[in-house]
Design a protein around this ligand. Structure first.
Ligand code: ZN
Length: 325
């Protein structure tokens, strides 16, 4: 086993970003897996999870190599804010970036160039969601691929997500996936531009290092790396995992309010529901009910938004609906 580390220095206009890149190489044949975290600056549990993975791999990596990027947005981490502070852009909609553009575009381009240099086989990107969420794995849409190429990659994406042991959530349908710029997320760009499998893991809340979430990420990463043959490790099914009765859950935007107000969920993350069930109630600040959010199809609550106040028309959380629903 050989461990090396370097720093990427990226010109951001006013200053430079310094991103650590760590390589743990077994010096045996096997895949190259990249693990990234903190593309959203306030999602800090992944930073700690990557550090822990680095240490653990030094005694446990048997094949291939793992390339670790503990923070893709160090200034965002320092300010505990989601976006790239220099220009307020969401880095996770900026890939593959552009060299002459805004700071976030330069950052994305430099990260992309660095990733391209590894000839990576798989990428896993660590995120956090909200205080009211269960951990989950997101399956991207290979919208740029067609026919057999897409079917083969789709199957690999689902297998990766299954190996995390977490609840599996397929992304929005193709048209919404593209409209929301998700093919320009880090995982989405790896899937659609490198045609390589990538996985997004979401665990725990934003803004803090949540030690339970760090543990969940460790377990999920070991399941994924074990499935790829880099370590000896089986899949550990999380006790938070919720299976769809049919196919997989698909991310949906259907849980929205018609009125602005205080949103009070009726269910907890991880609860399943039938059509017509009240997911939550919107009240005014005096406590009077204004609206109910009802389920339109069978599904599962994955997360509720962190904010108490919800604007009219706003999505109140992430729900998964049955794939064919
Ligand atoms: Zn995120």
């Amino acid at each position: 086993m050989v461990r090396t580390s370097e720093w990427l220095q990226i010109d951001m206009g006013d200053d430079h970003a310094h991103l650590p890149v760590i390589v743990v190489d077994s010096q045996e044949r096997g895949p190259t897996v990249v693990v990234t975290a903190n593309v959203h600056g306030d999602e800090s549990s992944g930073v700690v999870a990557v550090h822990a993975l680095d240490k653990w791999l030094q005694d446990n990596l048997l094949a291939g190599r793992v390339v670790l990027y503990p923070s893709l947005n160090p200034r965002g981490l320092a300010l505990n804010t989601r976006r790239v502070p220099h220009d307020g852009a969401d880095l996770n909609r900026a890939f593959p970036g552009g060299s002459g553009g805004a700071a976030s575009q330069r950052l994305a381009a430099a990260i992309w160039q660095s990733l391209d240099g590894w000839g990576l086989d798989v990428l896993v990107d660590l995120h956090t969601d909200s205080a009211g969420s269960i951990p989950y794995s997101i399956v991207d849409r290979a919208v740029a691929l067609k026919g057999d190429a897409r079917r083969i990659l789709d199957a690999k994406l689902v297998e990766l997500a299954e190996n995390s042991g977490l609840t599996v959530l397929l992304e929005y349908p193709d048209d919404l996936y593209v409209r929301f710029g998700l093919d320009r997320s880090l995982a989405g760009a790896v899937v659609n531009r490198f045609a390589r499998p990538a996985l997004t893991i979401e665990a725990g809340p934003r803004g803090v290092v949540d030690w339970d979430a760090v543990g969940v990420m460790q377990q999920a990463l070991r399941g994924v790396l074990g499935g790829l043959g880099l370590i000896e490790h089986g899949v550990v099914v999380s006790d938070t995992r919720v299976d769809s009765p049919k196919g997989h859950w698909r991310r949906s935007t259907t849980a929205r309010t018609r009125r602005a107000g205080v949103f009070v969920p009726s269910l907890r993350a991880g609860d399943t529901f039938r059509p017509g069930v009240v997911l939550g109630v919107v009240r005014d600040l005096a406590g009077q009910p204004l609206d109910e959010v009802r389920a339109q199809s069978p599904g599962v609550v994955v997360s509720w938004v962190d904010s108490c106040w919800i604007e009219a028309g706003q999505v109140v959380g992430t729900v998964g609906i049955m794939e064919d629903a």
